[in-house]
Design a binder for this molecule. Structure first.
Ligand SMILES: Cc1ncc(COP(=O)(O)O)c(C=O)c1O
Length: 456
């Protein structure tokens, strides 16, 4: 039996959940044309759409909000934010941005020339979209799945990296930068080991390529390093985070994840020459250097949140919740990516619903079934989301867990919902798209059910 970690908090303020009935949910999803992004949030029992910006703030964060200084330039809140980011990253220069993709856009504009290659363990969607928009050619070199219990499946394949850099050098191809995404969101939220980060740094030194870390979930990554990597058991999370980020030339972070904030992000670096260029774009697109598109209140929330994310008890609960849900599903015979990563459980819907072909979106079928049967909102990461732009290896459904929001009984409800769906599994049928936009179609597409229990 999976065990749930003790929640390391008491609940002081509550947000009621509405409980529409199954009949109402069926009506809602039909009206939403089977797109869960169109469901009003108050028609959801347990919302696992994303862990980004959906976390609960602590009493210290709310208290910090009251101290916020909303001055346009030089606010005290910026100083506190700057100190917190400097301490988290070990970097000297700090630029605030309103969220992660704004940092990526600035980075792309400043460092990428059209036709440059950019390499990664795996890019997150917004990162690669911003790099592509500047004309870059992306190359992804994730480590090939090794032993099933290898805890660091987010690593880059360092051998392939060296080979690729050698080949590109021989061809006279410029490489603008290498991005390590930690944890590796697009590969199941899998962590990256310190050994892999260090080896990457050495290779990049050899080829004179800048090292960028997309640091959204570095605290969670550090917890995996402390738990599984030799030599780190006695180190603090804070030390491991700083050691990881010190290896990079440039760090970007969406603070909506391990910043434990609802909005915000930053760029951090020691390179004074880059900061001049970044600053120009920051002022142009985001705002003045000491607020970058954020209110003083947001800067305060991030400053406190970053420190709180280093708390080992919190991280044990956080990573433990993901494992609890993953183990519970595995015990029910639901195929999940293993071992589970740091922020979400990824269900292999293609394997669980083998009678539904990829072009009828088995992942979306599961997402809709979870909503109708239990009011649970998840997201498809398969042919509906990616089928237009890239090869889809697996038809996945992601159950992302918001930080400090749900308790064991919410997760037990998700497990119960899967049991309900399992009873109907063979009767479920696929979907077809009836309308879609040219980009990022999953957000706005409309679908219809090809018969089955959820058709009107
Ligand atoms: C790994 C990673 N990088 C970048 C981003 C983009 O951040 P934002 O949503 O704040 O723009 C995300 C968001 O989910 C992410 O998971």
């Amino acid at each position: 039996m999976a065990t749930h970690p003790l929640e390391p908090f008491r609940i002081k303020m509550v947000e009621p959940i509405a409980f529409p009935s199954r009949e109402e949910r069926l009506h809602i999803i039909q009206k939403a044309q089977y797109n869960v992004f169109r469901i009003p949030a108050d028609a959801i029992w347990v919302d696992l759409l994303t862990d980004s910006g959906t976390g609960a703030m602590s009493q210290e964060q709310w208290a910090a909000l009251m101290r916020a200084d909303e001055s346009y330039a030089g606010a005290r809140s910026f100083q506190r934010f700057q100190e917190a980011v400097q301490s988290y990253t070990g970097k000297r220069f700090v630029l605030p941005v309103h969220q992660g993709r704004a940092a990526e856009k600035i980075l792309a504009e400043a460092l990428i020339q059209p036709g440059d290659a950019v390499i990664s363990n795996t890019f997150f969607d917004t990162t690669v979209a911003n790099f592509r928009a500047k004309g870059a050619v992306p190359i992804e070199l994730p480590v090939q799945a090794s032993a099933p219990d290898n805890p660091f499946q987010g690593n880059v394949d360092t051998e392939a990296l060296r080979k690729t850099l050698k080949k590109l050098r021989n061809e006279g191809q410029r490489v603008a930068l290498f991005t390590m995404t930690i944890t590796n969101n697009s590969r199941g939220g899998q962590p990256v080991s310190m050994a892999n980060l260090r080896a990457t740094r050495e290779i990049l030194n050899e080829f004179d390529v800048p090292f960028h870390i997309d640091a959204c979930r570095t605290s969670e990554n550090a917890y995996f390093i402390k738990t599984f990597e030799d030599g780190y058991a006695g180190r603090t999370i804070e030390e491991i985070v700083r050691e990881s980020l010190q290896l990079a030339d440039i760090v970007t972070m969406s603070a909506k994840k391990d910043g434990l904030a609802n909005i915000g992000g930053f760029i951090a670096t020691d390179r004074e020459d880059w900061v001049q260029t970044f600053s120009q774009y920051l002022v142009l697109w985001e705002g003045f250097l000491t607020y970058g598109g954020l209110a003083g209140r947001d800067l305060e929330a991030i400053a406190v949140g970053l420190r709180e994310s280093l708390d080992e008890r919190y991280l044990a609960y956080r990573v433990g919740q993901v494992r609890y849900l993953a183990e519970g599903l595995r015990e029910q015979g639901v195929p999940v990516l293993w071992p589970p990563g740091g922020h979400a459980v990824y269900v292999d819907a293609g394997a669980w619903l083998p009678h539904i072909p990829a072009h009828e979106f088995p992942g979306q079928v599961l997402v809709i079934a979870l909503y109708v049967e239990g009011g649970v909102r998840a997201v498809e990461l398969g042919s509906l989301m990616f089928g237009k732009d890239r090869m889809v290896e697996k038809e996945l459904v992601r159950l992302a867990i918001p930080r400090r929001v749900y308790t064991q009984s919410h997760l037990d409800h998700v497990l119960w919902t899967f049991q309900k769906v399992a009873e109907k599994r063979t009767a479920l049928t696929g979907f077809r798209i009836i309308q879609e936009p040219p980009y990022l179609r999953h957000f706005l597409a409309s679908l219809e059910s090809i018969g089955g229990p959820y058709a009107p």
